[in-house]
Design a protein around this ligand. Structure first.
Ligand SMILES: C[S@@+](CC[C@H](N)C(=O)[O-])C[C@H]1O[C@@H](n2cnc3c(N)ncnc32)[C@H](O)[C@@H]1O
Length: 295
């Protein structure tokens, strides 16, 4: 099985986590295991990494990598990171605390490129965008059953207010004549509503698809829950490093860090990837890293 994903800002993530031999870390978003494997090397055989993902394929890929690299210090759990306290309680002795928790939000390239997943607006694919089996909500139901105001809210959260109501309106009209089932059905509607601005690099469909993915997986809600739970699983001095790709996620992290007197912010401004990384891996271009220390 090939699970292709180039880790984003790996060097910066390792810099802010400062992993030492013998420490325990949590990688809440295993993906292609880029961060997990690097952390496992850094903490050595006396340390431990707990890695979570909702996607069974990510877990299977990591199992193969662990075997190939002969590592014995990684605990893999298929779960939502919002359940971190329960996952820790189920897999570690009572009162276990961690030296750091990292999240690399969103989806992996392997998921984006998997034709059966419906994450990409390229080609004709079924409208389903869940990270794991089932997902929190069904994308088809969101598109075909949500009211006008619910749809407008979902698109507004994508960061663009100008077209959210017009798009919601067009979807309501289009679904009267047929059930919207594929990515093509949606792309045709998006094209009628949102003009393509040649100055904007990101295709407008990208933002709509991102908004539907966030709603399908209830991603902002899960992020808010894991941030709060992180304070209980991190040891004093433990580090929280979040890499996000969406303004809504970054805003949430920024305010959580600012409003929490148990956290000391160590990135005054969000850190972005360098030009060399973006050149090699254009997916990294919208990444923003924020880090804080648990006091
Ligand atoms: C961008 S990838 C992570 C890539 C990883 N850092 C690497 O180096 O390969 C994000 C991963 O997080 C997973 N994910 C997203 N939301 C999640 C959640 N709430 N709980 C657990 N896993 C989640 C996705 O399934 C995906 O595999």
């Amino acid at each position: 099985m090939v699970y292709a994903h180039q880790p984003v800002m790996l060097k910066e993530v390792l810099h802010y986590l400062q992993a030492q031999a013998g420490q325990k870390f949590i990688d809440g978003t295993l993906g292609g295991a880029g961060y997990t494997l690097a952390l496992a090397q850094a903490v050595g055989s006396t340390g431990q990494i707990l890695a979570l993902d909702l996607d069974e394929l990510a877990i299977q890929n990591a199992q193969a990598e662990i075997k190939k690299n002969k590592l014995n210090n990684i605990v893999l759990v298929r779960s939502n990171f919002k359940n971190i306290k329960r996952v820790v309680a189920d897999n570690f002795p009572p009162q276990t605390k961690f030296a750091g928790l990292v999240l690399d939000l969103g989806l992996s390239s392997a998921q984006l490129n998997d034709e059966s997943r419906g994450f990409s607006f390229q080609g004709r694919r079924p409208l389903k965008m869940s990270f794991g089996a089932g997902g929190e909500r069904s994308t088809i139901e969101i598109v075909n059953k949500y009211s006008f105001s619910e749809l407008a809210r979902v698109f507004q959260e994508a960061g663009e207010r100008n077209w959210s109501e017009a798009l919601a309106q067009k979807i309501i009209i289009a679904r009267k004549s047929k059930v919207l089932q594929t990515t093509t059905d949606l792309v045709q509607i998006i094209k009628q509503v949102i003009p393509q601005n040649s100055n904007v690099k990101i295709n407008s469909a990208t933002k709509v698809f991102q908004a539907l993915r966030l709603e399908t997986n209830q991603e902002l809600e899960a992020l808010a829950e894991v941030l709060l739970a992180s304070l209980e699983v991190l040891e004093p001095g433990g580090r929280l490093v979040i890499v996000s790709f969406h303004s809504g996620e970054d805003r949430l992290v920024k305010h959580f860090f600012k409003d929490n007197r148990n956290l000391q912010i160590i990135t005054k401004k969000p850190i972005s990837p360098g030009a060399a990384e973006v050149n090699i891996n254009p997916r990294a271009r919208s990444a923003k890293l924020r880090a804080a220390v648990r006091c």
